[in-house]
Design a protein around this ligand. Structure first.
Ligand code: FUB
Ligand code: ZN
Length: 676
């Protein structure tokens, strides 16, 4: 049975100062590079990058609202067709009054403002705050009197709002707007955007539901569910919880709403809309299917609702879907969504390396889902996946200088194939400056700048350390103020030091995660501490005094990982990992034709710290060999099999997230293995 008293919640960012060498650097990159760069992108000022049109659309919608106010019913806004998912200027480059960009372009602003909010919470910056306030004023000026706020419809055709929930992303944009608004309020105390989001939420409340006169619909692209839960957690207003609950429970009920809205019908027993996870009521869903980002956003919202309503059945559905992803559908990097067709999950164990989709946003969504599961049940299996996705399939989405991005995160790349083979055109062999559909870069920015809220959650009597990162935390420990300090060498060194900085009067528990990648660990704890291991956490309870220190050490051995035998692509192959980090081989270190290299699974691994490409990290060398075809064999496409020639080779591995920072080149995570 779920019990509300067992739930934890993220530590507010205003109570954490991240000092960690690794994450602070990433956060600084977001603050100094990504946020200003994205502001330019939102304003179409990045030369050579696809324009966003985002702020331009808000301004245009604002003009329309102004004209309406000035001219009243005498003003009849121009209408534009709604049949394009992405609107671009004609060949002559001329633009008219219509909406431009993807239908969900408004969300670019919302993700940006969310990242700005988290950044301001850690690092006050009056100049940035001023820019953000001005942007918020532009956005709020576009809002209709009744609260509706989506520039695609406000500009093109207001008569058709909420007419195509399946494809047209209004509720998705609402979700992002709400997340950004809550974050900005929490960081700055300013509520202009929050009020706009609440007015929009209230408008949506009037439109949707199973009551007479309302639309029995739900989002085509989920996120509104978890956004409404954030609004509920902030305001305590039941109506937002009820709307989130309604969206979750109504999803997939028959007759399908997506049929109703498009005047279609469905045969008895026919299953449709798996792409949107609307094929079945969510409690009956057992397999993660369809568009991967949509899926994990939905599951995050489900977990939020399950927590807030102590709904065991809904939580059980979340657990089943979690297990399905992690046991059958996730790359070793934490990437999800194996096929670019529909940016979707494939069937179980179908995890091709070189055509992988593994969208950055999807791994980010997996982190959202993991943190929500952790809030309900502190089990290290959730934090392990969260950590894997963060250090691997998510960070790979951004160049080390924060100036270019991957949308797709493959595990094997041959650049020539990306250029010439249509099946791989979605795999870019080099990070891009920006994307017309720019969902991933701003999503990365908001995640990295709020990383501490994934590392630390708290409940009245317990602080949970899910991820190890250096920082100082201000905690309400059983209603007493406590200051804690953490030092950590992660992800390169497994030492963690935790220090209490003031005296407490009552017992308080700190729960340290025991990472699944380390079967042993060392600990030094103050005498008289009550210690208990449970679900992959070490719970230490004591009346903490200033200077009390806990030292943990998780040995980071090089580990050679194999796949489940049903993952056909990886048969006979191994991947190199160390601690939470997945490694790969790159052409820049190992020469061309990585497929000719083999790894001696009984050989010695050498791991050493190095500074390259402006990054401090651990490089790994493994014993291996290279296939050297006989000259005669090179002449023909096929030849009679003969004994293979090899030459010895030391295989050099670098962290997967660092790949592709030295120009185009081959890359491979899973390497053929032999034993000697
Ligand atoms: O549809 C909005 C976003 O664009 C999705 O989350 C991404 O997968 C991309 O398709
Ligand atoms: Zn994305």
């Amino acid at each position: 049975m779920m019990k509300e008293t067992n739930f934890s919640k993220p530590l507010p960012l205003t109570q954490v100062q991240v000092t960690d060498a690794f994450w602070k650097k990433e956060m600084e990159l977001v603050r100094t590079e990504v946020i200003p760069y994205q502001w330019n992108a939102l304003n179409d000022k990045v030369s050579g990058a696809a324009p966003s049109y985002c702020m331009r659309n808000y301004r245009r919608a604002g003009e329309i609202q102004r004209e309406k106010k000035e001219k009243g019913s005498a003003f009849v806004p121009m209408k534009y067709p709604l049949d394009t998912f992405e609107t671009v200027p004609g060949k002559d480059g001329k633009m008219d009054g219509r909406f431009y960009g993807f239908v969900f372009q408004d969300s670019d602003f919302s993700k940006w403002i969310e990242a700005v909010a988290y950044s301001l919470a850690q690092h006050p910056d009056p100049e940035l705050e001023k820019t953000a306030d001005e942007a918020i004023a532009v956005v709020c000026a576009a809002q209709r009197e009744d609260g509706y706020l989506d520039t695609y419809y406000l500009i093109n055709d207001e008569d058709q709002i909420f007419s195509n929930l399946k494809d047209n992303h209004e509720l998705y944009c609402f979700g992002h707007l709400t997340e950004g608004a809550v974050a900005y309020y929490q960081a700055t105390g300013k509520d202009q955007l929050l009020h706009a989001a609440m007015r929009y939420a209230d408008f949506i409340l009037e439109q949707f539901g199973t009551e007479e006169g309302k639309k029995p619909g739900y989002p085509g692209h989920e996120i509104a569910e978890m956004a409404l839960m954030r609004l509920y957690d902030l305001t305590d207003e039941e109506k937002y919880l009820n709307l989130a609950k309604y969206f979750v429970n109504q999803r997939g009920q028959k007759p399908y709403y997506f049929d109703l809205e498009r005047g279609e019908t469905c045969e008895e027993g026919e299953v449709k809309y798996a792409y949107n996870q609307a094929h079945l009521p969510v409690r009956l869903q057992r397999e993660a299917v369809g568009h991967a980002v949509r899926a994990v956003y939905l599951y995050s919202g489900m977990a939020d609702v399950a927590r807030a309503t102590a709904d065991d059945e809904l939580f059980a559905a979340c657990e089943t879907l979690w297990d399905n992803i992690v046991n059958q559908k996730m790359y070793i990097t934490g990437g999800i969504g194996a096929t670019h067709l529909g940016e979707a999950f494939s069937f179980g164990y179908d995890l091709p390396n070189d055509t992988a989709y593994a969208e950055t946003c999807a791994s980010i969504g997996l982190v959202f889902f993991a943190r929500r599961m952790l809030e309900i049940q502190a089990k290290s299996k959730y934090a392990d996946v969260m950590e894997t996705a963060l250090y691997n399939g998510i960070l790979s989405g951004m160049a080390l200088d924060g100036k270019s991005f991957f949308y797709v995160n493959p595990l094997e790349v041959l650049p020539e194939a990306c250029h010439k083979d249509e099946r791989k055109f979605h795999v870019k062999p080099i990070r891009q400056k920006w994307f017309g559909c720019a969902c991933c870069p701003p999503n990365l920015a908001r995640l990295i700048s709020s990383i501490a809220s994934y590392a630390f959650t708290e409940k009245e009597d317990t602080l949970f350390l899910h991820l190890y990162m250096g920082g100082t935390l201000e905690v309400e420990a059983n209603k007493e103020h406590a200051r804690m300090e953490i030092q950590s060498g992660f992800p390169w060194d497994g030492h963690v030091t935790f220090t209490c900085k003031n005296d407490l009067r009552k017992p308080y528990t700190v729960a340290f995660r025991l990472p699944g990648w380390s079967s042993v660990y060392e600990k030094q704890i103050p005498s008289g501490t009550m210690a208990e291991e449970k679900d992959g956490y070490l719970y230490l309870t004591r009346v903490w005094k200033s200077g009390d220190q806990v030292c943990l050490f998780f040995p980071m051995e090089v580990r050679l990982m194999a796949s489940n035998p049903l993952v056909r692509e990886n048969t006979g192959r191994l991947a190199v990992t160390r601690g939470p980090v997945v490694y790969c081989m790159e052409e820049a270190d190992n020469g061309k034709n990585l497929h000719l290299l083999e790894l001696n699974s009984c050989g010695k691994a050498r791991a050493f710290e190095t500074d390259e490409m402006g990054e401090h990290f651990v490089r790994i060398y493994m014993e291996g060999r290279r296939i050297v075809p006989a000259d005669s064999d090179r002449q023909s496409l096929y030849h009679v099999s003969n004994a293979m020639n090899y030459e010895e080779a030391a295989l050099s591995f670098l962290p997967y997230y660092m790949w592709n920072n030295r120009g185009e080149g081959e890359m491979q995570v899973w390497v053929r293995a032999y034993q000697r």
